[in-house]
Design a protein around this ligand. Structure first.
Ligand code: HEM
Length: 290
């Protein structure tokens, strides 16, 4: 085999095209548009001596918060569209919400690479901070209908977040708006579900189960409503999927130790798996075909 000189071997390089912008002294760059200076300077590990895994811990939480921000945006919009009887665009919003949820659930596998010993090194620096204090997570819960006035008080230290949550507490949830949409479309929805104290947790109504059962008995006659019910079931399913993965990661990381936020930990989180946003949509499943 003849030995080629290095300069004769093909270079592994892509030529930059002439038209590619390279001078951003006077033009907007990628970093400018996305405020990357702010975004990428917001990771401030606190451990001393510095612990390798703290950056992972911070970024996992921060990326979750970014996706939660988008989810709040989409859910608010879906709720307004339902209130305006605009079903098809509302479903489009929910389709996006479902993809965000999948991304959030899949990303648990990154954090799961952190061992209990690695977490133990950063645990003291987290002090009393906990995901339990995530305002955006509570906004998502309130938007979907899991109302709890006691959660608003957790944000006394953050007046803007508290005010935002308080507004959502007093407004109808996505599900409440769906039920109002159903009533306007001529479906039999119990009056007490259409005007009520929205701050109170939702309670399943047998009368509504009857109405939903009629939809599921003849889907083709009620396609838009049927499809919306199934989209909502997907959203709840995905939400539970996130909760379950969180629980699994917590269990493998801290076992049965209590949480930084002061709860019993895994036992407290497990009780959230019994919560439901759309009880009638699940209750109806026992009825179908029987
Ligand atoms: C190893 C990492 C993690 C551990 C050990 C952990 C542990 C816990 C524990 C024990 C709780 C119960 C409250 C408490 O006592 O603190 C909790 C709640 C919570 N965590 Fe995490 N967590 C972890 C990562 C995350 C991440 C990445 C997120 C993303 C935002 C998150 C979001 C939440 C939320 C929203 C709650 C409230 C859940 C509820 O009220 O049912 N956690 N976490």
């Amino acid at each position: 085999m003849t030995q080629e000189r290095p300069e004769e071997r093909p270079e592994i390089r892509r030529e930059l095209e002439e038209g590619i912008e390279r001078d951003f002294a006077e033009q907007m760059s990628y970093g400018d548009y996305l405020c990357l200076d702010q975004l990428l300077s917001a990771q401030r590990p606190r451990s001393t001596p510095p612990q390798h895994d703290e950056l992972l811990f911070i970024i996992q939480h921060q990326t979750s918060e970014l996706w939660l921000k988008l989810m709040v945006h989409e859910l608010r919009s879906a709720r307004s569209l339902l209130a305006a009887d605009d079903l098809a665009p509302a479903l489009k919003r929910l389709a996006r919400v479902k993809h965000i949820q999948r991304t959030l659930t899949e990303q648990w596998s990154v954090l799961a690479t952190m061992t209990p010993s690695e977490y133990a090194e950063i645990r003291p620096f987290l002090a009393t901070s906990s995901g339990f204090q995530s305002a955006q997570y509570r906004e998502v819960e309130f938007l979907l209908g899991n109302k709890d006035a006691a959660m608003v008080d957790v944000f006394r230290h953050d007046p803007a977040a508290r005010a935002e949550l308080d507004v959502l507490l007093h407004e109808p949830s996505l599900y409440d708006e769906f039920l109002r949409y159903l009533a306007r479309a001529g479906y039999a929805v119990p009056e007490e579900l259409l005007e009520r104290d929205w701050t109170q947790p939702y309670r399943m109504h047998p009368g509504l189960v009857d109405t939903i059962a009629e939809v599921y008995a003849a889907p083709h006659g009620h396609w838009g409503v049927y499809e919306t019910c199934e989209e909502l079931v997907d959203v709840e399913d995905n939400f539970q999927g996130w909760r379950f993965r969180h629980l699994q990661v917590v269990q493998r990381t801290i076992g049965h130790k209590s949480g930084t936020g002061g709860s019993s930990g895994v036992d407290f989180l497990r009780r959230a798996l019994d919560l439901t946003f759309f009880p009638e949509l699940f209750e109806v499943r026992t009825r179908v075909g029987s």
